[in-house]
Design a protein. Structure first.
Length: 167
C-alpha cells in the first residue's frame, strides 16, 4: 500500500470526513500543524517530558481537524480545490490521473519527505537553522503540491474525478 493511502486509512478518512476537510478553514488551519509540532518538540528543552502532552495535543488536533468543520458551501476556494484534488490523486492507482501530474507530484513528495527528515534531524539536535530550513522547505513543497492538486482538480471532471475527455 502506498504511503498516502496508508495515512488516509490511519486518519480514518471516509467520504464524509473528506467532504468536511474540503472546508478552507480545515485546510488552512492544518497548515499550522508542522510549526506547532516544531514548537512542541522543541519545548522539551524547558518542559522536559511534559512536552509529550503538547505533542499529543497536536496529534489530536491533526486527527480532529478534518472532522471539525462542515462541508464547504462551494468548491470555489483554492484550498477546497486542493483538498479535492488530493483525493483524486490518492485514487490514481484505480483511476489514473493525467500523465503531466505524475512526475511533478512524485518530485514534490520526495522534496517534502527529505525536507521533513531535515526538519526532524534539526529538532533532534536542537539545531534552529536545520529545523527552520526543513520546516520552510517541507511546507513550501506541501503548498506547491496543493497547488498542483488544484490543477489536477481542474483537469478532471468535477463530478466523477475522471480525466476530462480530450475531444
Amino acid at each position: 500500500m502506498e504511503f498516502g493511502r496508508l495515512l488516509e486509512r490511519l486518519m480514518g478518512m471516509d467520504d464524509a470526513t473528506w467532504a468536511r476537510h474540503a472546508n478552507p478553514l480545515s485546510g488552512w488551519s492544518r497548515v499550522s500543524t508542522l510549526p506547532l509540532l516544531a514548537v512542541a518538540i522543541w519545548s522539551r528543552v524547558w518542559l522536559g517530558w511534559h512536552a509529550v502532552w503538547l505533542i499529543l495535543l497536536i496529534m489530536l488536533w491533526i486527527w480532529v481537524n478534518p472532522r471539525l468543520f462542515g462541508p464547504p458551501h462551494t468548491h470555489d476556494a483554492w484550498m477546497t480545490q486542493g483538498v479535492l484534488g488530493e483525493r483524486i490523486w490518492l485514487k490514481r492507482s484505480s483511476n489514473p490521473i493525467p500523465q503531466h501530474h505524475e512526475k511533478v507530484t512524485r518530485l514534490l513528495n520526495i522534496a517534502a519527505g527529505v525536507s521533513f527528515l531535515i526538519f526532524a534531524y534539526g529538532l533532534w539536535k536542537l539545531d534552529f537553522g536545520l529545523t527552520l530550513a526543513g520546516l520552510l522547505t517541507a511546507m513550501g513543497a506541501k503548498l506547491w503540491f496543493l497547488d498542483r492538486m488544484v490543477w489536477l482538480k481542474n483537469d478532471t471532471d468535477d463530478d466523477t474525478g475522471e480525466p476530462q475527455s480530450q475531444t
